[in-house]
Design a protein around this ligand. Structure first.
Ligand code: SAH
Length: 600
């Protein structure tokens, strides 16, 4: 096999077929500036949109004999082998390069797997014979070659032009290139950095006006590059609050830090707020309690943060709610400080504010509650027993008490408050898993709440709220009133009008981008799915292998848009397949899901 890289700018390429496989080929060709023509009777919506925007041309019909001959490159990507073969034969006869999907024998070229750090590309190929090995190698290289290589190669290209422009002889040129390479590439860690202007001037032996002045640090520049330039060895740690569970309650800055991180250390409670589009090479460390596994001890968590920072990895410590509200964020920050590791804190929406908002409980209210106390009855200060002054709190009727980690201690708390003089009829609530689909709320009175909680079987994570403002919940309880409250739906294809409509109707949406990332798998596994919305056979295929993972165990309903999608799902053995109209709008789909009305 002879490897070659093709210039496709402005070249006419044909893709026969318009499903998921074809879509990927089209996207790849478009990225290279090719003129893409698609022929297929049935078309996935994404390709339709591209055609509508004039980015590709689309012929909605069957492939016509010999039309492959008019192109420089052809992809046969239909799901019908005989059509693919026909395309292969036509193209081959005309001397046109052709690739048939999943049919190595009918390919005159194969596509390598690649790691892209544009304009750097690393291609891996096995002549189409050992795809499993190629796939795994690609994943390995994807992890080993960080994003900084893209900036590095650009800097190298600029450096090359500069050296060529100096008009020095070949020996000196190579010497300049070696200086650049040796100083900017860490061979052991396979990391790279962008050199400063003054370094480059030194390597080329040319004094510049800017000599000695380091380049402006850019946000995109790699952590490794920055560290090398400043002589630092460690990367900073961000303690980020994930919010109470609903993905949309993560702050903008929190998301920014996550997307730039090399490693993320997250708690179980924070899992559902991980961005599904987190880059696949981000290291993920779960330190929360998972079924059958004890939580990682606090010392090990801090040791892990210190290790990652010392390895030079930008690290996000993602914690449920706010890092400083009963989250041991203070302890982690102190350890980092003591170890000389730079850190910052990105606050989050504490569950005391998020879960209450979702349950319809304003924590302050004019004329009713002028104080909020966040407390836990769980902790003993200096081993002298619980230190909350229930007697004093009991005397403060114009306040709201929000109790974290409060399921087990609630009976004792209620007793202490009543003994301290609080009115037993004070409104009181317990909220379990606030802001996510599985949220449950019990509203009662102080003296009755402990029993009601046991009766309803509420469990951690849950918090109690005691105070007059709890009485507003029956009117302000907007979330439970939404038609799709309680639905947790996976929707491939990222955020769209459809996902926004379903979310507005109250569903928790896990909007996964193809291909499903490790972070998206963590999010899916955070709670059982109730359904999955699939818009094309390609989406069915994309998620097919995912169904064995956790999150899927309760046989979610498979809502399929269009007959072909439903047919593919049934063929692949999906459970509870429900077919709905292909062109259905978000609000109508919400109605269908609520009423569970569907075509047979
Ligand atoms: N730092 C977190 C609290 C960590 S302590 C915050 O600011 O929210 C863990 C406790 O928080 C749980 O036992 C529970 O009482 C509460 N909690 C966390 N997430 C919750 C949620 N979604 N709904 C209700 N309570 C929650």
């Amino acid at each position: 096999m002879f490897p070659a890289m093709l210039h496709l700018t402005g070249k006419c390429c044909l893709v026969v077929g318009a499903g998921g496989v074809a879509l990927r080929k089209v996207q790849g060709l478009m990225a290279e500036g090719a003129r893409v023509h698609v022929v297929a009777p049935e078309v996935v919506p994404q390709l339709e949109t591209l055609a509508e925007c004039g980015q590709i041309t689309l012929a909605r019909r069957a492939y016509r004999s010999s039309e492959a001959a008019d192109y420089v490159l052809v992809f046969a990507a239909t799901n019908r082998r005989e059509v693919n073969r026909k395309v292969f034969e036509d193209a081959s006869r005309a001397g046109v390069w052709v690739n048939s999907a999943d049919d190595p024998e009918h390919c005159s070229f194969h596509l390598p797997a690649r790691v892209q750090r544009n304009p750097l590309q690393i291609a891996i190929a096995s002549g189409g014979e050992v795809p499993f090995a190629v796939r795994r190698l690609r994943q390995l290289l994807e992890q080993r070659f960080g994003p900084e290589w893209g900036e590095w190669i650009e800097a190298a290209s600029r450096f090359r032009s500069r050296v060529l422009g100096m008009g020095v002889d070949a020996v000196e040129r190579e010497a300049c290139f070696s200086r650049f390479f040796d100083a900017t590439v860490d061979r052991e860690r396979l990391s790279a950095r962008v050199p400063t202007e003054s370094e480059q001037a030194e390597w080329t032996g040319v004094k510049t006006a800017g000599e000695g002045r380091a380049e402006e640090p850019s946000r995109q520049r790699s952590a490794a590059g920055q560290r090398e330039r400043t002589g630092e060895r460690v990367a900073p740690v961000s303690l980020v609050g994930a919010g109470p569970g609903c993905a949309g309650l993560l702050t903008l800055r929190g998301r920014e830090r996550l997307m730039e991180a090399d490693a993320v250390v997250y708690d179980r409670l924070a899992a559902s707020a991980l961005p599904c589009d987190l880059p696949p090479q981000t290291e993920l460390h779960c330190v929360g309690k998972t079924p059958g596994r004890h939580p990682v001890p606090q010392e090990e968590i801090t040791a892990l943060l210190v290790r990652l920072a010392r390895e030079g990895k930008r690290t996000v410590r993602l914690k449920g709610g706010d890092p400083y509200v009963f989250g041991r964020g203070g302890e982690e920050a102190e350890t980092l400080h003591a170890e000389g590791i730079p850190f910052e804190v990105v606050p989050g929406v504490s569950s005391g504010f998020g879960a209450t908002a979702w349950a319809g409980i304003p924590v302050t209210h004019r004329g009713e509650a002028v104080r909020v106390t966040l407390l836990t009855a769980h902790e003993c200060i200096k081993r002298k027993g619980p230190q909350v002054r229930w007697d004093l709190l009991a005397q403060d009727p114009h306040s709201t008490l929000v109790g974290y980690m409060g399921v087990a201690t609630l009976p004792q708390v209620a007793k202490s408050l009543i003994a301290g003089g609080m009115d037993p009829a004070t409104p009181a609530a317990m909220i379990e898993r606030g802001t996510v689909a599985t949220q449950r709320t019990v509203i009662s009175t102080l003296d009755d709440l402990p029993e009601a909680v046991i009766r309803e079987g509420l469990q951690a994570p849950a918090l109690f709220v005691i105070g007059p403002t709890v009485g507003h919940a029956d009117v302000l309880n907007w979330f439970d009133a939404l038609p799709l409250a309680g639905e947790r739906l996976v929707v491939p294809g990222g955020a769209s009008e459809l996902t926004r409509d379903l979310e507005a109707a109250g569903a928790e949406i896990v909007a996964v981008h193809p291909p499903v990332s490790p972070a998206a798998r963590v999010v899916i596994a955070a709670a059982p799915l109730t359904g999955c919305v699939l818009r094309s056979p390609a989406e069915v295929e994309m998620l097919d292998e995912e169904r064995q993972a956790s999150g899927w165990e309760r046989d979610p309903v498979t809502w399929c848009l269009g007959g072909e999608t439903a047919e593919r799902a049934r063929k692949l053995g999906w459970q509870q397949v429900r077919q709905v109209d292909e062109g259905i709008g978000g609000p109508e789909l919400a109605d269908v899901i609520r009423g569970r009305e569907y075509a047979a």
